[in-house]
Design a protein around this ligand. Structure first.
Ligand code: GLP
Length: 242
């Protein structure tokens, strides 16, 4: 596990966008998982600019979703699917047939999990996984206490996740469960970048990097991954020396 600290969110986003593009340049059939959330928004803006001007071939790149809110219709602007459409798929020339998302309209979510696991088994492992971190230390929807042995699964959300998650939605919404890649997928990815910016992430970044390695803070498990990189801006890194 490595740590890289950037002065600003802008520099952090430039770096991460470059990492995604380099992965595709080096391996045009790479599999990517790119998180939703506020943190990587600027990264995706920069990635779309780079991909317009750049020389990467996106036609064979595979995309596996990280997570989705259960019970939220895909057309809701707060759904992960809406986010990915707006910030990635509308801007970067991925092929529809190479994209695999969780379909939460399905009556059988276990089957949705099996379909995702099958997609990753067939085309993976994931070459580059970009994940954010929740203030509880969750990765995707791998909430505190989750087993590290799980692949895709449905999980009850913690109260912090339900309340912080309101920020993505135009009006108040009941959030109760999520569907997510498991820690097993995350730990099997060749490279995992955990991106974090801002003072509000400083406490959980300190706990993730300096605290006990435990599934009660899922992000700490990434310290055992040789291909993990915590990419932080200086605000998120503020407490690391204290
Ligand atoms: C959300 C998502 C994660 C995301 C994280 C951080 O609940 N399930 O995939 O990475 O929390 O979000 P943000 O970047 O908005 O802080």
């Amino acid at each position: 596990m490595k740590i890289q600290i950037f002065q600003t969110h802008d520099e952090l986003s430039d770096f991460v966008a470059g990492e995604i593009l380099d992965t595709v340049r080096q391996k045009p059939e790479a599999m990517l998982t790119l998180a939703t959330g506020d943190t990587p928004l600027l990264t995706y803006k920069k990635l779309s600019q780079l991909s317009i001007n750049g020389d990467a071939d996106w036609s064979r790149v595979k995309f596996a979703a990280l997570d989705e809110w259960v019970g939220v219709p895909p057309e809701n602007p707060g759904s992960c699917k809406s986010f990915l459409n707006e910030n990635i798929f509308n801007r970067i020339p991925l092929q529809q047939q190479n994209i695999h998302l969780f379909d939460v309209r399905s009556a059988d979510l276990e089957k949705e999990c099996a379909k995702m696991d099958h997609f990753i088994r067939n085309h993976g492992p994931v070459d580059l996984m970009l994940v954010g971190i929740g203030v509880s230390g969750h990765i995707g929807f791998n909430e505190p206490g989750v087993s590290a042995d799980l692949y895709s699964h449905v999980i009850d959300l913690e109260s912090t996740t339900k309340s912080v998650g309101q920020k993505y939605f135009p009006s108040d919404i009941v959030l109760s469960q999520g569907i997510t890649l498991g820690l097993k997928h995350i730990l099997q990815a060749k490279k995992v970048i955990v991106i974090a910016n801002g003072h509000h992430k400083a406490g959980i970044i300190k706990a993730s990097l300096k605290g006990e390695i435990t599934n009660n803070v899922p992000a700490t498990l990434l310290r055992r991954h040789p291909g993990a990189l915590f990419a932080l801006d200086s605000e998120a890194a503020t407490l690391l020396d204290s």
